[in-house]
Design a protein around this ligand. Structure first.
Ligand code: BES
Ligand code: ZN
Ligand code: ZN
Length: 486
């Protein structure tokens, strides 16, 4: 699907589907003649997500007209624009049309924001993962044109389309990586993906890949302890983007368990079905790096993940084993299914050495975070309220739901071990927080935000009009917004 912007009016266009956005209760104002009559007769209200297809008549050149509800004027946000655009796409695909035209859905928000959100909603809605289907999904819409009223708004909308496309491109890579079965996306495959990104960057992104021996040498005993049960070798990946004159540095760290069986503390079957999702943090980092050089940032960005598979075997780490992280902290691994924090101990210790101005980690870390916030909301924890606020603002801009949870220091007692500096298992309650507190032990006081994406990484049922069942690519667009504003 080509997305373009042009100046002019809607009706002069010869298209398969002409889309007219209507705000709730404003049908009389927005529609004329025949369209107004049908809308009224068929009770079209303009509610967000409402869609009604009408045959075109002599007043329009299009074969069909789609009346698209935009919701109440006061409820209008970039998110409602995304939703409406997604409904539009879903309707266009259902009808099997080739060309679609719509005016900017709103004049109140900037043309840039509206066009960006329209692109996001339309493209993310059109995503299907069909790599393993005999019958491939053949999208019917070839061209989507956004019409803007004047030259200035056309220019703004074009800029919006460009950034929208980048966010979508990164998000779709993350979705694909998570949707792929774990047999495909083993640690070496994540290295391949990173290598592809580095190659496409034409020297702008550099990369260091550490194999098991190199990780041993670096003292990553925590990461390697979790990795040791699997037949697939682990890899530690560090990508670096450093534009000339960059004044600040941000480190992005992703949890990269390519499959989480639980290890010897094996998961019950029903909890294992979706555990290919456990590298969604790293997938988000890779999604950002895929488009990073095209964002015109003047900050340096490091992308880091420690990729391994958490498997039970004769070589697997045992409950009660003690490992030593890169920063010298010893960890008693009491529960091999609380593996994410153990691998992140080394990934964060490594990131700290790069002396970033800010660190953000993304991890499908705890079921407890899902108990606390449900399936759609990311849990955010931080040692730096100012930085956390920037991340939350970026998330709001991206339409990704996030909520701050406290790093209550009294709960640190839960992590005390009899034999080591820390244990990886805490009590029954507040599991998302104790996991966050565990990670905090490895950030050396640097400004840091931990995002527990266990809930929203994978939608077990459709989450909204542009996020169908499966991987969501959560985090990519928030990180892009964050980097642009940092
Ligand atoms: N990868 C899981 C967390 C998870 C659960 C992500 C559900 C997405 C959906 C993590 O490694 C894990 O197993 N955590 C345990 C920790 C517990 C043993 C302390 C959990 O949350 O049950
Ligand atoms: Zn686990
Ligand atoms: Zn896990």
């Amino acid at each position: 699907m080509e997305i373009s912007v042009r100046k002019g009016s809607l009706v002069e266009e010869k298209v398969d589907l002409l889309v007219i956005g209507v705000r709730e209760g404003e049908g009389e104002k927005a529609l004329k003649g025949h369209l107004q009559t049908v809308a009224k007769e068929d009770h079209f209200k303009g509610k967000l997500g409402e869609a009604m297809v009408v045959r075109g008549d002599q007043s329009v050149k299009a074969k069909r007209v789609l009346l698209l509800g935009l919701g109440k004027k006061e409820d209008l946000t970039s998110e409602s624009v995304r939703e409406a655009a997604a409904c539009m796409m879903n309707e266009a695909e259902r009808l099997g049309v080739k060309t679609v035209v719509a005016a900017l859905f709103d004049q109140k928000l900037s043309a840039k924001t509206v066009a960006k959100s329209m692109v996001e909603g339309a493209r993310l809605a059109a995503y299907k993962f069909d790599a393993y289907k005999k019958k491939k999904n053949k999208p019917s819409v070839q061209a989507f044109t956004i019409v803007a009223p004047d030259a200035r708004s056309v220019a703004q909308a074009m800029a919006g389309v460009t950034v929208g496309e980048l966010g979508v491109e990164g998000t779709l890579l993350a979705r694909d990586l998570v949707n792929q079965p774990a047999a495909h996306t083993h640690p070496a495959e994540l290295v391949n993906i990173a290598q592809g990104i580095v190659k496409a960057s034409k020297g702008k992104i550099k990369m260091k890949v550490m194999d098991k021996a190199a990780c041993e040498k670096a003292g990553m005993g925590a990461f390697l302890g979790i990795a040791q049960g699997s037949d697939h070798p682990p890899y530690f990946v560090h990508m670096r983007y450093e534009p000339r004159g960059a004044k600040k540095r941000v480190a992005l760290v992703g949890k990269a368990i390519t499959f989480d069986s639980g290890g010897l503390s094996i998961k019950p079957a029903e909890y294992m079905y979706t555990m290919k999702l456990d590298m969604a943090g790293a997938a988000a980092v890779l999604g950002v790096f895929k488009v990073l050089t095209r964002l015109n940032l003047n900050i340096a960005v490091d992308g880091i993940f420690a990729a391994c598979e958490n498997m039970p075997s004769g070589k697997a780490i045992r409950p009660g084993d003690v490992v030593t992280a890169m920063n010298g902290t010893t960890i008693e691994v009491l529960h091999t299914d609380a593996e994410g924090r153990v691998t992140l101990a080394d990934a964060l210790s490594y990131a700290v050495k790069l002396k970033p101005d800010a660190m953000i980690d993304l991890a499908t870390l705890t079921g407890a975070c899902m108990v606390a916030l449900g399936e759609e909301i990311v849990g955010s924890m931080s040692n730096n309220p100012k930085l956390e606020n920037k991340v939350l603002m970026a998330a709001a801009e991206a339409g990704e739901k996030m909520w701050s949870l406290p790093l209550e220091k009294n709960y640190k007692r839960e992590l005390k071990s009899e034999v080591a500096d820390l244990k990886n298992l805490a009590g029954r309650y507040g599991g998302a927080l104790t996991a966050g507190l565990f990670l905090q032990e490895f950030v050396e006081g640097l400004p840091w935000v931990h995002l527990d994406i266990a809930g929203p990484a994978f939608a077990e049922k459709p989450m909204n009009a542009y996020t169908s069942r499966g991987a969501t690519g959560v985090g990519v667009r928030t990180l892009i917004e964050f980097l642009k504003a940092f």
